[in-house]
Design a protein around this ligand. Structure first.
Ligand SMILES: Nc1ncnc2c1ncn2[C@@H]1O[C@H](COP(=O)(O)OP(=O)(O)O)[C@@H](O)[C@H]1O
Ligand SMILES: [Mg+2]
Length: 331
């Protein structure tokens, strides 16, 4: 499999008053063609910041990004806005949670999709119009001609999300970044959209970074999974390693807090103690998850937690997982 993207020691900090605070901290991840890499973690863990950093969507006056995001032998962090514009949509497609905030409310759907084609391809007008209808058909919109003449507010949430997918795929990008693409939708629509994304992805062999807080979505979609906590990758592995042999207390807690299909009816769901820390209160040194597993002793954590390879391709941060049990459970 071809390596499409190589993220190395990426840090993104936001400026708050005169200080910078890291929302993404020393993240290294690779993305290969034809795979879905899920990034999972609770709200506030830095998932969206990671995505917007890769897309170069930050205001340079308020953020600082260091490290490398290597794409086609170039570091995306070094590119100008103009160079990034050529890559966005054409080579890296984006799908966000809220299509209303990324679609232009004043422009007809067909026109908006066509604009990407005007900017990135040599297609003539009639070819572009055909392609718009073809894309809308492909994403399962029942009356594509009518839809192309409509405005975003005239469509349901599910239909708008299909339009965003059509737009993201219009130039057959090598990479698709989808940030909580189905979070705002109800469950049946969510399943349809995920199926659609998977189907289209395999057609163009794209690599997908799928960001979600929902482990159900991860189980459905992911080939590999990176678990993010307080801006850091705390566990990385293939789907089987993460779902069947997870190690990090955070991953295990997340898994324990989703309902099991085969669980007893009165099984209480596990709730992780405490909250994701704010970027202003991060422990720069120790294990960032320590506060949420207070029954572990300080010496159970590494002083400077590193990622350790516990089996091939499976990495876990901090050695605390060796001592970790849930309350009331024997090791
Ligand atoms: N523009 C910003 N300025 C300051 N802090 C921000 C900004 N955007 C996000 N953050 C903070 O960065 C952290 C990560 O946020 P985010 O990337 O949105 O997480 P997620 O997508 O996982 O919910 C949070 O603590 C959030 O409050
Ligand atoms: Mg987010």
């Amino acid at each position: 499999m071809k390596k499409l993207l190589e993220i190395k020691n990426l840090e993104t900090a936001f400026r708050i008053k005169d200080d910078y605070f890291n929302a993404v901290d020393d993240v290294s991840l690779d993305l290969y063609s034809n795979e879905v890499l899920a990034i999972v973690g609770e709200s506030g863990c830095g998932k969206s910041t990671l995505a917007t950093t890769v897309m170069g969507l930050h205001n340079e006056n308020l953020t600082r990004s260091t490290g490398e995001i290597i794409y086609n032998n170039k570091n995306l962090l070094d590119l100008s806005e103009e160079e990034l514009n050529k890559i966005r949509t054409k080579e890296i497609g984006m799908i966000f949670q809220d299509p209303l905030s990324s679609l232009n409310p004043l422009q007809r759907i067909g026109k908006q999709i066509e604009e990407a084609l005007v900017y990135h391809t040599e297609m003539k007008k009639d070819e572009r119009e055909k392609r718009v209808i073809q894309l809308l058909t492909q994403v399962g919109i029942p009356n594509p001609e009518r839809c192309s003449r409509q405005y975003p507010h005239e469509l349901s949430g599910g239909m708008r999300q299909r339009v965003m997918i059509a737009m993201a795929l219009s130039c057959k990008p090598q990479i698709i970044i989808a940030d909580e693409p189905t979070t705002a939708l109800d469950v049946t629509i969510q399943a349809q959209i995920l199926d659609l994304l998977k189907e289209l992805q395999s057609e163009i062999h794209a690599g997908v970074i799928l960001i979600t807080h929902d482990l159900g979505v991860v189980a459905e979609m992911a080939d590999r999974v990176a678990v993010l906590y307080a801006g850091q990758v705390v566990e990385l592995g293939n789907a089987e390693q993460i779902f069947k042999n997870s190690k990090h207390p955070y991953t295990r807690s997340l898994l324990r807090s989703i309902p099991q299909l085969d669980g007893e009816e009165n099984d209480a769901l596990y709730a992780i103690e405490g909250m994701v820390p704010s970027i202003k209160n991060l422990d720069r040194q120790g294990c960032r998850f320590a506060a949420r597993v207070p029954w572990l002793k300080a010496e159970d954590h590494e002083e400077h937690p590193k990622l350790h390879e516990v089996e091939e391709g499976h990495f876990v941060r901090c050695t605390c997982h060796e001592k970790f049990t849930f309350p009331g459970e024997d090791k």
